[in-house]
Design a protein around this ligand. Structure first.
Ligand code: C5P
Length: 232
């Protein structure tokens, strides 16, 4: 696994997703399947995209009691996904159970990462609604540390936090970062954003990009621009 752009396929059907991937024109992009597409199509969509050669980040953000998450992860482990995730807020016991459920009899498993704080949450909302005091960065770093202590492979965070996460958790601890917008782009519901070039400068391992590519007039050009800014 190296630096790459993960395209968030936030679509409601396999047909729409495959039509979009044809427009993208890339051989086998790294794609993210979220709740909408997975709930619509089930595990078959993972197999379909894997059969096209794509690597798949299955972004279902599990958050439940440890036993339930462990059993769900055992099922997801058989899906063929390359990366799956949980909410770090589910506690270390839950993350450890997730890892256990994910590990196959031969010891292999998909990568497991934890969401720290959603990139659509800003510090003021975190204080007021979630009653988490302190700075956003401290919360993200605390959750990242919990994820590392639980044996996970990395976290989902904003590119703005990637550098600090690496400092605290080590260079090989993955930072997968949504909240990416082109300099002139619309932020939508995202709050803690950077451009692909800034994410690269901050040391993010993977950027997750949805609407700047999927809603672009020319998705292939937008994807190419992300690769040029982030990877090249
Ligand atoms: O369209 P946009 O680029 O905002 O898409 C970002 C994607 O990353 C969405 O699919 C969203 O669910 C996901 N995501 C996020 N923030 C997180 C975790 C996942 O935006 N912390």
């Amino acid at each position: 696994m190296g630096k790459d752009v993960i395209v968030a396929c936030d679509f409601s059907s396999a047909g729409e997703t495959l039509a979009f991937l044809d427009k993208l024109g890339a051989e086998a992009p790294f794609v993210k399947i979220g709740m909408e597409l997975f709930y619509a199509e089930g595990p078959e969509i993972v197999r379909t995209l894997k059969s096209r050669g794509c690597r798949v980040f299955l972004d279902l953000k599990l958050h439940d009691i440890p036993n339930t998450v462990k059993k769900a992860m055992a099922v997801l482990s058989r899906s063929g996904a390359d990366i799956v995730n949980v909410h770090a807020a589910g506690t270390q016991a839950m993350m450890e159970a997730a890892l256990e459920g994910l590990t196959r009899p031969d010891g292999s498993r998909p990568l497991l990462i934890a969401v720290t704080q959603l990139t659509s949450t800003d510090e003021e909302t975190m204080h007021r609604e979630l009653l988490i005091s302190g700075a956003m960065e401290d919360t993200v770093l605390h959750y990242a540390r919990n994820a590392r202590l639980s044996g996970l492979d990395g976290v989902v965070c904003s590119p703005l936090e990637a550098e600090k996460v690496h400092k605290v958790c080590g260079k090989s601890f993955l930072t997968v970062t949504p909240g990416v917008r082109f300099a002139e782009g619309d932020k939508g519901d995202q709050k803690r954003v950077t451009t692909p070039a800034e994410a690269k400068a901050l040391g993010s391992d993977y950027i997750v990009v949805g609407r700047p590519i999927t809603a672009a007039a020319d998705p292939a050009a937008a994807y190419g621009r992300c690769l040029r800014e982030f990877v090249d």
